[in-house]
Design a protein around this ligand. Sequence first.
Ligand code: PLP
Length: 398
Amino acid sequence: MFESLKPVAGDPILGLMAAFRADNRDHKIDLGVGVYQDDSGRTPVMKSVKLAEAKLMELENTKAYQGIAGDAGYNQLMMALLFGADHSILNSDRLVTLQAPGGSGSLRVGAEVVQRARPDAKLWVGVPTWPNHIPLMGSAGFEIEEYPYYDKTTHSINIDAMMETLNQVPAGDVVLLHGCCHNPTGADLQPEHWDQIADIALERGFIPFIDIAYQGLGQGLDADAYGLRMMADRLPELLVASSCSKNFGLYRERTGSITLVAESAEQAKIVSAQSMSIARQIYSMPPAHGALLVSLILGDDQLRANWQAELEEVRLRIKSMRTLLTDGINDNAAGMDFSHIKQQQGMFSFLGITSDQLNRLRDEFAIYIVGSTRVNLAGINSNNIDYLTQSIRTVLDS
Ligand SMILES: Cc1ncc(COP(=O)(O)O)c(C=O)c1O
């Protein structure tokens, strides 16, 4: 049987990670892989997570199956984190939230629900988007359409072209949007853009599906949720997939949530049952550990304050690396302007250099960056910043 399987093309990021691991040069720098690293280059367990784990060790008295929708307390707390504790949607009975395995599992459950509701719906994704959006959601059955997003020449969102395309999206289609900290470009929609998209969605009748995998890493927990909070206020239907991988550092615990906003409480009941039936078909029930930790943190004033302080440290560290990188490479002899990096949000930005320059950085300087020139700003630290900026300037200047 298996002889009929064809080899699968390797994921370029995994290939880059393997090449980085095999590189023996001491000064090597990995700006490829998409995880947060602190100033010592580690991806630590947050202290608030460690405290929650100690508490969980004491409190946990069963490993029996959870419900299909996961931990009810977690779902409530996630709704409040996403929408804000005072958002009227929380008391509306139109909201359904299920714990799901990471942002990826959440996106997939949402995609499957849409497919059941409307098998002909197309999914509109920005160019570019997180590359895994396409296989992850496309294999749920979506035909994928594209809208223009990032303009590589201006290093910013091509708002006019984006809105022009969104103005042609048919009713009932689904438009995928990044809640904040756009991966891979770092170019985020501003509140006025979100408002404009909501206007078009209302007029055209398409349904926004917001992927928020970095809440708190851009401008802060509340500002990063502007788009989804406003849309929950204004639109009849909405989907929101969230991830706790980055903002709680729970990458391997597979902790996320899918929220579906229905037009009425009656529809929400059906959406809830359908979502659970989909989860049951795919994985039965989500892994418990990460969500229990998040519940303990968000449900305890002190732990929550600790977590928010740690998250703020993460956010500010990334921001300061953006400034140091921009300032360190802007005075290059080639006259290239990298100011966009300082202005953008989240873990990623495009460097915007040529593939020859990218290869030289890897071969001559042991600096690993993915082919799109997306850099993970969190891979930069006080030990490697000078070497990094000197190397980039050398490659630009010669
Ligand atoms: C935009 C975006 N969405 C979703 C995810 C998936 O997150 P998770 O690791 O929680 O599945 C990622 C992870 O890198 C991401 O960048």
